[in-house]
Design a protein around this ligand. Structure first.
Ligand code: CTP
Length: 394
């Protein structure tokens, strides 16, 4: 497992501002990050694990003694692309500065060498104390990004520097640490994903093995890069997506309608859905009895991508192909026939890639360039395709 630039550990220290990190978590989700919350044990006095688990959709562990068989302090650290510790108390900053590892969060900080940001919040006397100042200096010298707390009124009647900064300022600072340039800001990206189902009767359908995982990766990547993302989701789980406009569809014709609605105002269309090429001529209202279920008469579905391509104005079109043989030849033909800018061809011999997090195949561009990819994650492929789309958008 290697670090994933979209995976973030949100460490939460025992400050009253812990509740504000619930909003921070949402904002990071909205930007397309996956967030695992690791609260310190004493921070649970302010915000309980149940809140973090509900908001992040993931377990919120505090101690290395939980889920020992998964060796969480190593696996979480290996997977994380970035850390953000908010709020950080004087005590937490001190523990990190001296290299303590007495809870899960400090273990993770020690065992990961990715970029880390600390958002302090404490009483001004503690922030201005020479010990805290020295610890902050030490951590900055080691490469930690440490925000300056805001100045103003604190929880009691005191005021001074020590307040938790505005969440928007934290997110801005975090983006600059992660190098997130938001290069799709103001762009609308339409993604069709999942696999369509064509009803035979109320219980049976013609379907396929697409899981929609590539579509999730694309939606997240586009969102993280600042795009307005519209996802047309065919029979897939979208529960991990926040801040994306999702239209759920079942069949190819429903997908066609949704795409026709959103395509004209889009800048990029990414068609990674597995669209059923044919549908039953008739969908029966009653379940077909076994004795009569011997054949199904089919008629072709429209080719959604080719149809949209014929109405294109300035949109960049990205198609996907899944092939079991003659991958490149078929992909070149599809790129041309469907008037695409980019196509990615997957090798699906033996059912490879379905439901998996990695893929291997080739990106083909309209100018004839072909980029072969060996075992890349679907997240990495999503970013590569967006890089090419960006170039074509100019
Ligand atoms: N596609 C589409 N509408 C269809 C079939 C496919 O929009 N009815 C899109 C897919 O989403 C994909 C691209 O066209 O982006 C290529 O899909 P693929 O199934 O590989 O190609 P087909 O045109 O169906 O050709 P064949 O099944 O003969 O290989």
């Amino acid at each position: 497992m290697s670090a994933n630039r979209r995976e973030v550990i949100l460490g939460v220290g025992a400050g009253i501002a812990a509740y504000k990190s619930a909003d921070l978590l949402r904002r990071l989700h909205d930007r397309g990050y996956y967030v695992t919350v690791v609260p310190t044990p004493s921070s649970l006095n302010f915000v309980g694990a149940a809140t973090w688990e509900a908001l992040s959709g993931r377990p919120a562990l505090t101690q290395v003694w939980e889920s020992v068989h998964q060796v969480a302090h190593i696996s979480l650290a290996k997977n994380a692309g970035f850390f953000i510790i908010a709020p950080a108390t004087a005590d937490l900053i001190a523990r990190i500065a001296v290299g303590r590892a007495d809870d899960l969060l400090t273990n993770l900080v020690l065992s990961s060498d990715v970029a880390k940001m600390i958002v302090p919040a404490m009483h001004p006397n503690m922030w201005n104390n020479a010990a805290t100042k020295a610890n902050v200096e030490t951590l900055r010298a080691r490469g930690f990004i440490i925000m300056e707390p805001d100045t103003g009124r604190l929880t009691g009647s005191d005021s001074g520097q020590g307040r938790f900064p505005e969440v928007s300022r934290i997110v801005e600072e975090f983006d600059s640490m992660t190098g997130n340039t938001q290069d799709f800001t103001g762009r609308k990206i339409l993604i069709a994903a999942g696999g369509t189902r064509e009803a035979i009767d109320p219980v049976r359908f013609i379907g396929n093995r697409s899981s929609g995982k590539q579509g999730i990766s694309l939606a997240r990547a586009a969102q993280l890069r600042g795009a307005d993302v519209y996802l047309v989701a065919a029979n897939m789980d979208t529960s991990t997506l926040d801040g994306i406009s999702i239209t759920h569809v079942e069949s190819a014709r429903e997908m066609q309608q949704a795409l026709q609605r959103d395509f004209p105002s889009s800048d990029v269309l990414i068609m990674c859905a597995a669209v059923a090429d044919a549908r039953p001529v008739q969908t029966l209202a009653d379940k077909i009895k076994k004795a009569l279920f011997t054949s199904i008469e089919l008629e072709p579905n429209p080719d959604l991508l080719a149809e949209l391509a014929s109405t294109k104005v300035q949109q960049v079109l990205i198609g996907f192909a899944a092939e079991t043989k003659d991958h490149l030849e078929s992909a070149r033909a599809k790129l041309k026939a469907k008037a695409l800018d980019i196509i990615y061809v997957n090798d699906v011999s033996n059912g490879a890639i379905f439901g998996k997090d990695v893929t291997h195949g080739t990106i083909l561009l309209r100018n004839g360039e072909e980029i072969a990819l060996k075992e890349v994650s679907k997240d990495a492929l999503a970013d590569l395709l967006l890089d090419h789309a960006k170039r074509q958008l100019g």
